[in-house]
Design a protein around this ligand. Structure first.
Ligand code: CU
Length: 109
């Protein structure tokens, strides 16, 4: 009985830590306007996964490039592409099309 109570208490104590490490999934689209949204705010220390779907052929953003993270992914039409960015430190994560014309950023603060 006492052990069960201790277990319940420790589970409760761990819960906030686990919640903080939960992955934040952000849905993005590539439209004729570019990346939508093109500015995303998250809390620093959050694990972030982007799910990007390109919705138009009238764009040069058929790829997305994260320069600092050295990640490049193809964005096929109407197909969701998942990009795991890991835990973001405080700062700005920029992403852009292959030619660096269309861009967006994630602000971790
Ligand atoms: Cu471009």
């Amino acid at each position: 009985m006492k052990q069960a109570l201790l277990l319940a208490i420790s589970l409760f104590a761990f819960y906030p830590t686990q919640a903080k490490e939960a992955t934040k999934v952000v849905d993005l689209q590539v439209t004729q306007k570019g990346f939508e949204p093109n500015e995303i705010k998250v809390n620093a220390g959050t694990k972030v996964t982007l799910k990007i779907t390109r919705k138009t052929d009238a764009t040069c953003a058929t790829k997305v490039h994260f320069k600092d993270q050295k990640i490049t992914k193809d964005l096929p039409l109407n197909k969701e592409v998942s990009i795991d960015l890991g835990t973001l430190k405080k700062g700005d994560v920029r992403f852009a099309c292959g030619m660096d014309m269309i861009s967006g950023h994630i602000i971790a603060e």
